[in-house]
Design a binder for this molecule. Sequence first.
Ligand code: ADP
Ligand code: MG
Ligand code: MG
Length: 869
Amino acid sequence: MAKFVYDFTEGNRDLKDLLGGKGANLAEMTNLGLPVPPGFTITSEACRHYLAEGSVPEGLEREIADHLSALESAMGKKLGQADDPLLVSVRSGAKFSMPGMMETVLNIGLNDESVHGLAKQAGGNDRFAWDSYRRLIQMFGKTVQDIDGELFEHALEELKNGRQDTDLTAQELQGLVETYKGIVREQTGKDFPADPREQMRLAVKAVFDSWNAPRAILYRRQERIPADLGTAVNIVAMVFGNLGDDSGTGVAFTRDPGSGRQGIYGDYLQNAQGEDVVAGIRNTVPLQDLERIDKHSYDELLSIMETLETHYRDLCDIEFTIERGKLWMLQTRVGKRTAAAAFRIAVQLVDQGLITLDEAVTRVTGDQLAQLMFPRFSQEGDRKKITKGMNASPGAAVGKVVFTSERAVELADKGEDVILVRRETNPDDLSGMIAARGVLTSRGGKTSHAAVVARGMGKTCVCGAEELEVSSSQKRFTAPGGIEVREGEVISIDGSTGEVFLGEVPVMDSVVVEYFEGAQPDDELVKAVDRIMAHADSVRRLGVRANADNPEDSARARRFGAQGIGLCRTEHMFLGERRQLVEDLVLATSKQERQAALDALEPHQKSDFIGIFQAMEGLPVTIRLIDPPLHEFLPDLVALSVKAATGEATDKDRALLVAVKRLHEQNPMLGLRGVRLGLVIPGLFAMQVRAIAEAAREVPGARPEIMIPLVAAVQELEAVREEAVKILQATGVDALVGTMIETPRAALTAGQVAEAAEFFSFGTNDLTQMTWGFSRDDVEAAFFSRYLEIGIFGVSPFETLDRDGVGRLVRLAVEEGRATRPDLKLGICGEHGGDPDSVHFCHEAGLDYVSCSPFRIPVARLEAGRAVL
Ligand code: ADP
Ligand code: MG
Ligand code: MG
């Protein structure tokens, strides 16, 4: 028969799935011999059963009763026993920590009789007993009985009348209990349940139910925690920090979660219980002060902290309570930390001999590294913080406040930096978001439109700053403390912390970027990054290349560690003053005219390639032949039509209009582009291949790889390849010829395509677009926020490669491509190449390299290393 309840002595830290983080670690500490009050854990499996069936699983009540009896005999008293009551807490605890999202009830077991027993046992401390009782009714009423917590808060505030809670007398607290019982009666139509076992049973159910509280659901979505895990419930014998000044409760970290430095970090509050420390009801004292207050407990705490660090081999955070000079541990877990602290701590632990370098690499993430690479606000000077919202998209942005997209575009066009401030954004705000340095909203969470779109664009965004009242019509917003900010005033927003400042906060470059750019590591953080990166590089199997189209980006990519270029787009080379030459090509009416236009373009292309080959000094450079539809290089249809209609058009304009109309497509992304262009416009690809070959001839050691885009059938590739090989042979240049795999058909027929391709590079932007049937340029703003909200997917498939769909095509193409050509080179050049989860996928799928934008290269290197470990 299934087992649904575990005593703390039966569990351990590896049972988080079953016992939740809190329960597993309470068990671990118990087994380490640390002072944990006795108790037991009801599994998350029982919760899942309850949530699915609406009733607790058979046998659970019995198991709970048995464990409670055992606890009672261990403690030598019974739950709620009138003359000497055992009290317990009923605490939620899921596999992943969800701070403050779910419920806990303390002091279960008190009623009108046992309150006297508790007082007597505490040496006649009536005040303590009534304080504990009123806390029970308050917590139970709010969590279990769904009574508005404000009602209790309000009654308490009224009674305190400006005094502290510790100033309340026993009589007053007894009176408060009566008031509270009145509230319960009024709100539920029933008396507060006096039966201790009934209290416990209801509290357990309430904790189960709290898994599906709206705020818990929202939190899980944001943090991508699966919705079906359920929570475990811990029943723990109460220990009391509210017995007087020789008692208290506190929280601590084994090292500074901000900087990673070792030391004493924490807060302590005398004569207090549970949440009082974090709730801020009275001022806490720094943990150091505990040495003066209770030296014995302090020393013991420090030694336990050391035990925990050595045992968990990581930073831990801790909840503890002191009951009349006796220290009790109530919780521990491996603590959250900032990105900088993660790197520092990992390396410190290596130096202390607690972990290996392999483990150190697994203790940090690419996302943390990316955070360290964003510019940040200076911490110095007087920063006038006006509010804090959600850190939706990292970065530091300073600019003038604007309230509409039109105004944002208008000012940005004049070269001004602006911050777009909206209550919430919608698809109409896209132009404003693009024009702005940053986006600030007062409504919506991390999956709101503003947040999703901003992250997609890499734009700094703070969302859901609820304290702000935004009035677009009056062109102003207000912040707490009577602050009013009007259009044109400067603010600074920190997308990494969610903070909003009035005025300009100085922005500093990231020291980590300076280090990647070549600066010598001289501070502790950079040294830590250096060691971890070096180790990641030494273990990774995946190569890392860059997407770069010019010599500057190529050079930066190399400094950042690129081992080649995985995608050099050639269409950017057709813009600017060369647009004219493209127009000539499109307008050409004869073979001669067309050839003349191509001949004019060729030297430009050649010199572009020379620059890139030089920057890459013998590393491979994959050059993609022209991909986008030609009309993208021509003037706008509407503008030309207007000119023609108003009679302002020249002969040239009229010819252009004909060409634009001829090339106009309803659905250009599925139209005449990629290899199709190469087959329809004679000489275009040949010119590019010649330019590549000629350039390679002039740069010793150059290693070009020629990549044909948008192939769907091997026949397309064969036709282009034949021509390319002829040119290469004629120039005596050695170059691989391969293709992008970016249509589902190419992936599905990869075995055939590999006959004509020496390498594949997965173009996962198009492949995702065509597999899902999503237009990337349209859907993100149109409905992705809704899709994320209702959980169609947890993350945009354009951000993280969709393993189930697109990933399956990739795996299939890898397998069948290699079957045809065992030495087929395989890479990925979509935006996914710099996304941590996608890098892991590429490692697992057996690709040879990932290619990403120069700035993401360090992230890809780190994740490629982590993928091995
Ligand atoms: P959360 O997960 O929100 O931190 P907890 O279950 O840890 O909730 O409990 C809330 C507070 O009550 C914490 O400060 C905890 O230390 C305290 N607490 C929980 N159980 C007990 C107990 N048996 N004795 C004393 N304090 C307790
Ligand atoms: Mg806790
Ligand atoms: Mg493409």
